[in-house]
Write a protein that binds this ligand. Structure first.
Ligand SMILES: Nc1ncnc2c1ncn2[C@@H]1O[C@H](COP(=O)(O)OP(=O)(O)OP(=O)(O)O)[C@@H](O)[C@H]1O
Ligand code: SF4
Ligand SMILES: [Mg+2]
Length: 337
């Protein structure tokens, strides 16, 4: 078995800034003349992330709202270019590949979204939603299309008899199955699931999570699983990443994160979770407000909320480093041992 990464991120950052179109430039130059210019408002949504995902791994990504999970997921899926750094699929930097190979690489990484209704075109029939991309990309011949489509629908747990229906004729769980069938129809190797079960009832969530795990075995899939629900992440993931204001602050095997959280932020997240009520391991607000990503605190971003903060913490950003085999954490407290 090969252990080469299927996805590798090297120093990946994403900044969202003021737009640099002509009108915005003129407005800014006028504002400067009159001394009313605002500071450039740049959001560091993702800040210098390194990540390596091995084939077959399920990596969970958790963190509070706005910390950059979806932005990171979109860059992994190749639908948003990074501002800095490289996203490599099986060793290749997608932006450096010739167009046809870049297109193939992008098809191999598919994204599944939280709200299947918003991501499915309401005017298309299921057969077009699921079947269009494989036809366009030549993954299936016209003559074999019907058989191919039925197989895709069946695999996602949908009755092929419903192929001529529209998204609004399905329940939330079934719509998510349509989204899954659409993603799988282009024969991906990697799925980025962004809050893919968050909008569903708990019983339906379990069915969709089981489907993901069955598909993992059946199709040898690798996952980046973004979720607010620590219960989902704990049960599904081989490895968990904890993200705070654009940075990965802890990365460890799932059971290790829950049994021996190292980073004070991870500890705070887990402390807020009632351990007995395992099904509802969602984030509740931890002490202190989440700082605006427009003005992330210097040094360790977590220092204004951290019960262990030292003077050094507001000056120097801690490096994510290995503290035990396979367990990495970014906290100055680890330098003491
Ligand atoms: N297209 C965009 N333009 C400008 N800012 C953006 C854009 N997309 C995201 N951001 C900002 O980047 C930061 C990270 O957003 P992102 O959606 O990645 O967070 P998230 O962790 O997925 O949050 P949530 O849990 O609410 O989905 C936020 O401050 C957000 O406002
Ligand atoms: S580096 Fe300092 S502020 Fe940051 S988590 Fe560690 S102790 Fe807290
Ligand atoms: Mg998001």
């Amino acid at each position: 078995m090969t252990t080469a990464p299927i996805i590798e991120l090297r120093g990946v950052s994403k900044r969202f800034g003021p737009t640099y179109d002509a009108a915005a430039r003129v407005a800014r130059s006028i504002a400067r003349q009159f001394g009313t210019a605002q500071k450039n408002e740049v959001v560091h949504a993702v800040d210098n992330v390194d990540l390596s995902v091995t084939r077959g791994e399920v990596v969970g990504l958790v963190g509070e709202s706005g910390c950059g999970k979806s932005t990171l997921g979109r860059m992994v899926a190749g639908i948003m270019p990074p501002s800095d750094g490289e996203v490599r699929f099986k060793g290749d930097d997608i932006v450096e590949l010739p167009p046809d190979r870049a297109r193939d690489a992008k098809l191999k990484v598919q994204m599944i979204f939280q709200d299947p209704y918003a991501s499915l075109n309401p005017r298309l029939r299921v057969e077009d939603i699921v079947g269009e991309a494989p036809l366009v990309h030549g993954l299936v011949k016209r003559a074999d299309f019907d058989t191919y489509l039925d197989a895709q629908l069946r695999r996602a747990g949908l009755d092929p008899g419903y192929r001529r229906r529209y998204p609004h004729q399905f329940s939330g769980g079934q719509r998510q199955r349509i989204g899954i069938a659409r993603a799988l129809a282009v024969q991906p190797e990697f799925l980025v699931c962004d809050e893919a079960v968050a909008a569903l009832d708990v019983s339906i969530q379990a069915q969709i999570l089981n489907l993901f795990m069955d598909l993992r075995r059946e199709l040898d899939l690798t996952y980046l699983f973004i979720s607010h629900d620590l219960g989902v992440v704990e049960h599904l993931s081989d490895r968990v990443l904890i993200m705070y204001l654009g940075r990965i602050v802890e990365s460890a095997p799932a059971e290790e994160v829950f049994a021996r959280p190292n980073h004070p932020y991870t500890q705070a997240l887990l402390a807020e979770v009632p351990r007995i009520e395992a099904r509802k391991r969602r984030f509740t607000a931890i002490k202190g407000e989440i700082p605006s990503p427009l003005a992330a605190p210097p040094g360790c971003h977590f220092h204004p909320r951290c019960p262990h903060a030292m003077p050094r913490c507001s000056q120097e950003a801690p490096r994510l480093r290995e503290i035990a085999p396979g367990h990495r954490s970014a906290c100055h407290l680890n330098d003491r041992s």
